[in-house]
Write a protein that binds this ligand. Sequence first.
Ligand SMILES: Cc1cc2nc3c(=O)[nH]c(=O)nc-3n(C[C@H](O)[C@H](O)[C@H](O)COP(=O)(O)OP(=O)(O)OC[C@H]3O[C@@H](n4cnc5c(N)ncnc54)[C@H](O)[C@@H]3O)c2cc1C
Length: 396
Amino acid sequence: MHSPVLFIPTRAAGLTRLHTFVPRAGAEYMQNRNADLGPDARTNVSLLAPYLRHRLITEREVVSAVLARHSFSEAEKFVQEVLWRTYWKGWLEMRPAIWDRYLAERDTVRAGFRGATALARAENGTTGIEGFDDWARELVETGYLHNHARMWFASIWIFTLRLPWTLGADFFLRHLLDGDPASNTLSWRWVAGLQTVGKTYLATADNIARYTGGRFAPNGLAATAAPLTEAPIPAAMPLPAPIALGPDARALLLVTPEDFHPETVFAPDRRFAGAIVLADRGSGEEPVRAFVAAAAQDCATRMEAHFGCPARVIAAIDAETLAAAARDCHVATIATAYTPVGNIADSLRAAAPTLRSAGIDLVQVHRPWDARFWPNAKKGFFAFKEHIPRVLGERF
Ligand SMILES: Cc1cc2nc3c(=O)[nH]c(=O)nc-3n(C[C@H](O)[C@H](O)[C@H](O)COP(=O)(O)OP(=O)(O)OC[C@H]3O[C@@H](n4cnc5c(N)ncnc54)[C@H](O)[C@@H]3O)c2cc1C
């Protein structure tokens, strides 16, 4: 099975999947979502993550479609899961140093593990650990793993194989079609006992057997999971203040794989002088790159129709490419949906000084969903979720 079959990289395919799943998003999801019965039996979860991650479809459309069919209490579990994604994004946005810390530690550790057999066995799925090996291969072949399998896999990686968590997070980010700097890094940290400090997740053979319908019951798993330790988590920084793009500003639209739906970021009557669509998210092996590149092409076609401007796909967002695209359109402003902490924001930060000295303004416009929800992500998810019904009830 290969990813293009499971996940067609278009907005239309994401919407079709959403509408097929909506009837199952209530009580059925709540009862059955934790079971991982194998790659051919995935009707208990939505499989929407690759679409949501790149915002081929948005959290808002998913939650609205589900709540149009189910009451809030029926669909609460599913809505909360979608909001986990939002929560992780907001949490990391207020602590960007945790992303930098992950990258630095990954690079240091990776140098020491070059050519290491234990790492190669874990990534190739040849450790001899039942289930773990199957998930390693499933991830590489399909670009997807069930949430429970991700938790078991990360726990075995860290506590049984005793491999560095940053290399496991990197393996996921390179292969998951939904690989996301916030959800992935912070979930791995959570399993390791770094995120909820001191609280780890221990995978057990009984739990795996129960939720895989008896497919796997691995021997020899670690019986304890002592939390990893690190320097204290920095205090939450203020979120960047939302910036508006003046209604008359002539601008070039930059679309990135962080948000392939700028139609719902910018006003419907907004016109752009041109659009460029980035075809690389900065983390990913070939199947991920192919998914993102095809999604970018799909997006460019929509941009032409929606904003009535020429749109072209670009391979990288270095300062020279951006400045040349702005010059071609005779504008001094580049507008983009806000890029959250991650590889693309890092590239834009690197390009900023050159753009500034070329007299080009980069305006990052927040999506209302993020602007409303992120400020509530200062503490844990428990506190965050209390705000969900109120924020969903607001008009925005
Ligand atoms: C170690 C580890 C790494 C992970 N890495 C990623 C990642 O890189 N990208 C990613 O999107 N999710 C990640 N997750 C979260 C979760 O596993 C996936 O979002 C989910 O399995 C996607 O499958 P689905 O679309 O069928 O989910 P469903 O169960 O149908 O949920 C619907 C949507 O809610 C969101 N969601 C559900 N659970 C979570 C969660 N725990 N955290 C954040 N969002 C959630 C996703 O957008 C998902 O598409 C990770 C979890 C773990 C334990």
